[in-house]
Every structure is written in C-alpha cells, then in structure tokens.
Design a protein around this ligand. Structure first.
Ligand SMILES: [Fe+2]
Length: 270
C-alpha cells in the first residue's frame, strides 16, 4: 500500500497472463472507496473489507474486457456505480455516468481529474489525483496509455497518431514527481525493449537489474521523472532512439510524431 496524506492507494496485482493491476483508492475519514478497472473482483472486495471501505464508484479507463470484467460482481455486492467516458455508455454495461474531459471526481478525501487520453482506444481516459497539499505527489492512473518503460498498443481500436497527441499534450504536462500507476505490469519486458533501442541507457540497465527477480506484486512504483530517463516513448529526441527508428523504417522522417509511430511499430514487431 502507498500512503498519501489524504487518499490511500492499494495496488493489487492480478496473477494472470495479462499481468493486470487493479487499484483501490480509499478515504479513511468517510470509509469510502473507488476501484479502477476491477478484474479480480474477489481480491478487490476483500481488500476493501480489510480496510473498512465501501466501494461507491467503479471507474473504467476503457472498454477492454480485462479492465471491466469485474464490474458486474463489484456492482452486485456493493451497489457501486460504473463511470466511464461518455462515448462508452452504450459499450460498457450499466454505465451510470458518462465522464467528460477535465471533469473532477470527489468522494470523501479522494479527488481525481479525468484526462481524455485517446490512442490505445478512442475513448480512453486516465485519472490524476489532486493532493490536498501541493507539496505532495499526484498519482496518475494511466490504464493502457502509459506503461512503465513503454506505451500502450494501438491494435484493438486504437490510433497511433491519437496516442502521440496524448503523449505530447497530456502526459508531457504532468510533473516529474507524479507517481505512475499503469494498468499492467510489463516493466521487465519493456525495459528489455527499451535497451534494444537505447543500448547505453544506464537508468534502464540499472532498473532492469533491480527488478529482474521481482514478482508483479513487488514491482516498484516509479515517478514520471524516472520514466523520462528510460522510457523510449518519452525520449523521442534521443539520438540513439532516433537512429534506431530511422534505420529500421527509412520511409519515416525524423519528426517526433514519426519517431513515436516508428517506435510503436518496433515494439509491435519486437
Ligand atoms: Fe486495453
């Protein structure tokens, strides 16, 4: 568990092939909680019980089954409402509230802002917490948009140009201190990819060494400042990365959006 001064974050690693993370955000003052992208509903419900929290809201970052399959069970047991982007109201069953860009969500001491982040899918949203004290770090729940050391794929309803726009306009504006809570643990695999296109990156090499023997539930929580040191999708100006992309796909120009597109293609074929 990670303690904030106000909101508590519990990360649950689902031991499945897709290596999902489910997140519970709790308020100890009002004993209420929000769950983000529940898949392992039994674990989520039991963790909420252990903390004395009642789940009031289920937030979905997007409609893929591994992010919504726990919704009906959590809803049935707790009566929690399902909230997702308004374009998904007829896609995800039982959506009670359609979210819009930059909307604020408040539940007890939990305060989140909805970020519209298309790319992995066309109506993907991320959530960023607003800490009580500006000195505290925000938590960024990135779904399948930004992963540790990589970016989400665009294969099932996505668009790489939208994903680039999300990275260059939304993610780039988040401060270095922001803590990253992605939808999956792909850290080790992604670091291997990062090193394949940025061979001399010592930050990637050192982190790889550190996490080599860790299970998904023990993976470290990194901030965006750290991610900007080894995540190739956040390092489009790096000469090594540009060279790797342009050498592999000579038809691409060296403009940042084309480097991003080429990197995504490299990752898909890796
Ligand atoms: Fe997904």
């Amino acid at each position: 568990m990670v303690h904030g001064d106000d909101m508590k974050v519990v990360r649950h690693y689902v031991e499945n092939e897709l290596r999902n993370f489910n997140y519970l955000l709790g308020c100890d003052r009002t004993h209420q909680a929000i769950v983000i992208d529940p898949l392992d509903h039994q674990a989520v419900l039991s963790l909420a019980d252990q903390h004395g929290w009642t789940i009031r809201v289920i937030l979905n970052t997007h409609e893929h089954h591994d992010h919504i399959d726990g919704n009906p069970f959590v809803r049935q047991v707790t009566g929690a409402e399902v909230w997702a982007h308004r374009n998904l109201c007829s896609v995800i069953p039982h959506v009670a509230k359609g979210l819009v860009e930059n909307e604020f969500i408040e539940l007890g001491d939990i305060r989140l802002k909805v970020l519209f982040t298309p790319g992995h899918t066309s109506a993907h949203v991320c959530f960023v917490s607003i800490p009580k004290s500006p000195a505290d770090s925000s938590c960024f729940f990135s779904g399948d948009t930004l992963f540790n050391a990589s970016a989400g794929n665009c294969r099932n309803g996505g668009n790489v140009h939208d994903l680039y726009a999300t990275f260059s306009k939304v993610i780039s504006s988040l401060p270095d201190s922001t803590l990253l809570y992605p939808g999956h643990d792909y850290l080790l695999n992604n670091l291997n990819f990062a090193l394949s296109c940025d061979e001399k990156n010592q930050h990637a090499a050192m982190l790889r060494e550190k996490v080599l023997t860790l299970s998904g539930s023990n993976m470290p929580i990194m901030n965006l400042g750290e991610e900007r040191q080894y995540n190739p999708f956040l390092r489009l100006e790096q000469p090594e990365i540009r060279h790797k992309v342009c050498a592999t796909y000579p038809e691409l120009s060296c403009e940042p959006h084309e480097i991003f597109t080429g990197l995504r293609r490299l990752r898909d074929n890796w």
